[in-house]
Design a protein around this ligand. Structure first.
Ligand code: GLU
Length: 297
């Protein structure tokens, strides 16, 4: 029984900070990056960086460079080479193919707009459409129930498609409840995972050869990550990652979901809403120590 029995303790701890280079880092990222770095140091472990750049339309090399600059300014150092998801599409494809061989994957043809229209029509009748923990409508059942002949005919017609996981079937295959070990700022201990709450999650998009859920799961295993430290906004998504880990027979890291930094409006900071980046405080002469204080470290 060489395996650690205390949560958070591993023989060779590996932590990672995994930003998407589709915007500049803000204070929320600074908290996540510095916390990962500090926890790795305290545990005598390694600190890795991963660029989650599967969305090639929004991620740019310039933003990636800006992330390195900000992290260096914060005084962080990380092991190289940095793993770039865009350089590992074959690994995600292999995982997808494995799930497909298990009969758990189906082509999904509805666009986001078509799903929205279906939900609106349904709810106009006074009925409720189920939503995932992030508030997005669950994917409708139509595509899951199609025959192979029907699927082939639609694809032959040139209709673009994503690939989704048949979550119900996947859970039946696993046949036992899933949990994860949590040491973060919210609920702690052995958390019961509820992947069904997410419905048939997307594994590969029509415009990108993987999805966040699939690539994050494959990468954490590929990089031997033992401790996932990230924001509480990804707490519930861990259920999906646990399911994929079980299906793909990958080890499960220990999870630590940290508090989020909120803006003046009380909402979590987001890149898309143009939340304050780290450039402004730097230009105003604030130091990395000030940033640590600002994020409560
Ligand atoms: N790339 C994700 C983000 O920037 C983080 C993924 C993770 O830490 O698991 O929000």
């Amino acid at each position: 029984m060489a395996e650690a029995t205390m949560p958070g303790i591993h023989d060779h701890p590996v932590f990672r900070f995994a930003p998407s280079p589709n915007g500049l880092l803000h204070l929320g990222h600074a908290l996540s990056a510095v916390l990962n770095h500090d926890m790795a140091k305290a545990a005598g472990g390694r600190f890795l960086l991963r660029m989650e750049d599967i969305d090639l339309t929004r991620c740019t090399p310039e933003l990636e460079q800006a992330i390195y600059r900000d992290l260096r300014w914060l005084g962080l150092d990380w092991q190289t080479p940095v793993r770039r998801q865009s350089e590992h599409f074959p690994a995600y494809h292999e995982a997808l193919a494995r799930l497909d061989e298990m009969g758990l994957v189906y082509p999904a043809f509805l666009t986001r707009g078509e799903v929205k229209a279906k939900v609106t029509a349904h709810e106009a009748k006074g009925k409720i459409w189920p939503r995932d923990p992030d508030g997005s409508p669950l994917y409708p059942e139509n595509d899951r129930n199609r025959s192979e002949t029907e699927r082939a005919a639609i694809i032959a017609n040139g209709v673009r498609h994503a690939f989704r996981l048949d979550t119900t079937k996947a859970l039946q295959m696993i046949g036992r409840p899933l949990t994860w070990t949590e040491t973060g700022d919210g609920e702690q201990g052995e958390i019961s995972a509820d992947p069904a709450a997410w419905g048939d999650v997307i594994l590969s998009r029509s415009d990108a050869p993987s999805s966040y859920h699939l690539s994050v799961t494959v990468d954490d295993a590929a990089q031997n990550v033992t401790n996932v430290v990230r924001g509480l906004d990804l707490f519930e998504a861990t259920a999906v990652h646990r399911l994929l880990q079980e299906l793909l027979e990958l080890p499960q890291p220990i999870y630590h979901h940290h508090r989020l930094i909120v803006g003046p409006d009380g909402r979590k900071l987001s890149k898309s809403e143009g939340s304050t980046g780290l450039a402004a405080p730097r230009d105003q002469g604030l130091t990395p120590a000030d940033i640590r204080r600002l994020v409560g470290l």
